[in-house]
Design a protein around this ligand. Structure first.
Ligand SMILES: [Zn+2]
Length: 134
């Protein structure tokens, strides 16, 4: 809130100075004041959005850097050959691997299930689906 008021005061001061310069040049004070006020407001919004997004990305990247790679053995979706997959355990990222046997590309989608320790664990669908196919 303090920052908002300070920004508003700076914006008004700059717009007033621009308006005064405009007035001394024989132009309308309020047109110039309004123009500068709006332009500064837009610039401020854009810059703040960019800065917030930049730091958000940086924070997310730092969290991702903390994650260590995991490895697992997965069956190829085409030929069922077992392949070793090394991946970052981020459920928002898809992992791809190329099968060592048929050389087709497979997509791996991670899904983590979070439960309270007192809850019964839900059935794991992917295992059930695999069992149906056999
Ligand atoms: Zn394959």
């Amino acid at each position: 809130m303090k920052n908002l008021i300070r920004t508003l005061i700076i914006n008004i001061v700059i717009s007033t100075l621009a308006g005064l310069v405009s007035l001394m040049s024989g132009n309308n004070f309020w047109y110039t004041f309004s123009f500068f006020f709006i332009i500064q407001y837009i610039l401020y919004s854009v810059i703040v959005t960019l800065i917030v997004n930049f730091y958000r990305e940086k924070t997310k990247q730092k969290e991702l850097d903390k994650l260590e790679n995991l490895s697992t053995i997965l069956e190829c979706a085409y030929c069922k050959t077992k392949n070793l997959l090394i991946f970052v355990p981020d459920q928002y990222e898809k992992s791809n691997f190329v099968c060592t046997s048929c050389e087709k590309e497979n997509t791996v989608i991670l899904q983590f299930v979070v439960a309270r320790t007192t809850d019964d664990l839900p059935p794991i669908n992917s295992i059930l689906i695999n069992e149906d196919k056999k």
